[in-house]
Design a protein around this ligand. Structure first.
Ligand SMILES: Nc1ncnc2c1ncn2[C@@H]1O[C@H](COP(=O)(O)OP(=O)(O)OP(=O)(O)O)[C@@H](O)[C@H]1O
Ligand SMILES: [Mg+2]
Length: 283
């Protein structure tokens, strides 16, 4: 009798042992584990729930992995781009500056130096140095907006808009924002700045628009950034580049979202939303 009882107890404990093993597998990060739907009904229910949990964990982990891969890819691309800029843009200026300096040295060694030549070499040096300075500013801004750190979000956005106005006088840009919107934490500020920056860049690059309107507004629990242009609109065969992808990722990380759609009368509307609650609690 004793042996039979022991056998029965051990048999009834088998499903629990399987459940325990499956939980241990989950704990160790193996989300491929699935339990067979056999045994008593209570156990079948628990098995189903555990299977659902495992498959959710599996898909979330997969999505995370893909995101990390994309992030690494974006970083790689950014580095390549910086290397290209350093090589293609800085290289020639530096070369030309060395040539101008050499010419100055040569002139300095001649007893009857030619003042016009010296002046020309100096002017060239000055010009190239100014170009390098501009390039330096642009690259630093891309790496980390100095304006954002030094001026704060509101003025940094103002400076960004002013820069695009100067570079593209044919494009009319209007910009409006509520008074207190720039009172946010650093990550949120950088996200807002990057969205306006990429949104504007896209308008300049793709839209051939006459007018673009940037509106930042408070909408109940959300902070909304809307960039509306009157350009050519989204093409049917539009491919997602890194710009939109980057925006989506930044927003996702802050529980926000991005919407890109055709405007009512042509053009494109880009709308990003960020929870204001987070901004307020972290401010
Ligand atoms: N304002 C806009 N008007 C028209 N088309 C747009 C606009 N914004 C984006 N697009 C379309 O969406 C595509 C994807 O934009 P995205 O910013 O992701 O990539 P990109 O600008 O082509 O390249 P990248 O930003 O990586 O330098 C663009 O190639 C363009 O076709
Ligand atoms: Mg872009």
């Amino acid at each position: 009798v004793f042996l039979v009882t022991m056998w029965l107890i051990s048999r009834s404990l088998t499903p629990i042992r399987r459940l325990s093993d499956a939980l241990a597998q989950l704990r160790d990060g193996d989300y491929s584990v699935r339990l067979a739907r056999t045994g008593p009904p209570e156990f079948t229910q628990i098995s189903e729930k555990l299977n659902a949990l495992a498959s959710t964990l599996q898909s979330v982990t997969g999505a995370n992995q893909r995101l990390v891969q994309k992030l690494i890819h974006v970083q790689d691309e950014e580095r390549k781009e910086i290397a290209r800029d350093l090589h293609d843009e800085m290289g020639p200026y530096l070369f030309a500056m060395r040539a101008a300096t050499k010419s100055l040295v040569t002139q300095a060694k001649i007893p009857q130096a030619n003042p016009a030549r010296i002046a020309m070499a100096c002017e060239l040096l000055e010009e190239h140095a100014a170009s390098l300075q501009q390039l330096n500013r642009t690259m630093l801004n891309r790496l980390r907006p100095t304006a954002l750190r030094e001026l704060g979000l509101e003025e940094a956005l103002g400076a960004l808009v002013a820069q695009v106005r100067t570079d593209h006088p044919e494009l009319r840009i209007s910009f409006s924002a509520p008074e207190s919107f720039s009172d946010v934490d650093e990550t949120t500020a950088l996200t807002i700045y990057r969205i306006v920056q990429e949104g504007l860049t896209n308008v300049v690059k793709h839209a051939r628009a006459k007018h673009v309107r940037i509106v930042i507004s408070n909408e109940r629990d959300w902070l909304r950034i809307r960039i509306e242009d009157d350009g050519s609109g989204l093409s049917a065969d539009q491919v997602s580049g890194l710009g939109l992808l980057g925006m989506r990722e930044r927003l996702q990380a802050l529980d926000g979202n991005l919407d890109l759609r055709a405007g009512a009368s042509g053009g494109t509307i880009l709308e990003a939303r960020l929870p204001r609650v987070r901004a307020a609690t972290l401010a």
